[in-house]
Design a protein around this ligand. Sequence first.
Ligand SMILES: *Cc1c(COP(=O)(O)O)cnc(C)c1O
Length: 236
Amino acid sequence: MTSIEHNLQQVRQRISAAATQCGRDPQEITLLAVSKTKPASAVAEAAAVGQRCFGENYVQEGVDKIQQLADPDLVWHFIGPLQSNKSRLVAENFDWCHTVDRLRIATRLNEQRPERAGPLNVLIQVNISDEQSKSGVTLAELPALAQAVAQLPRLRLRGLMAIPAPETAYERQLAVCQQMAAAFQQLQHDYPEVDTLSLGMSDDMDAAIAAGSTMVRIGTAIFGARDYGSAANHNN
Ligand SMILES: *Cc1c(COP(=O)(O)O)cnc(C)c1O
């Protein structure tokens, strides 16, 4: 067994254990394998043992891998900060975008999504920890953006995404994740197509799953540590 295969098994077991612990069906939680900075060969290795969903943070790097692998069974999620001048590449190549946080980006993605592709699945990023530096809308801004996004025909509003501030205590992780889950439930009530809460990384996965996350984003635990030297050279 390769280490990627082994790591994937371990991560899937962690997801199952966390789900079972709080009485949820593990099938409700999608594992998004975050492959940023890793070569296409690592993605191919994970795909060969059944992993389907991959997350990329850097537009051009992601597009290169999507085109290199050209595997119609893979589902590609853009999870990095999105600049307007890169929106076309996301609209034309990815299946999902998790980081919609302003109408201008949503409008561009809608205009640039090719007709031959289905609507682009989008999540609205929420700045749940209210940090000045992070992207995402506040909970107060969410309803207006959701209403505008839901009207764009080439986009499909699927739910919410958040990157909570790092927090070591489980109870505090849970409190933040529950705030996101409440916003998600309200959104589902308003838009019945909404089905995805992208929440939880290696360190807060258990709290995220307990709160109701439907998609966890895991990189290092699957592919190993990233080489930050090379990551720093990306300019998205
Ligand atoms: C990098 C990244 C992840 C995965 O982080 P790891 O620490 O490698 O598991 C998850 N979500 C987002 C938005 C990321 O940028």
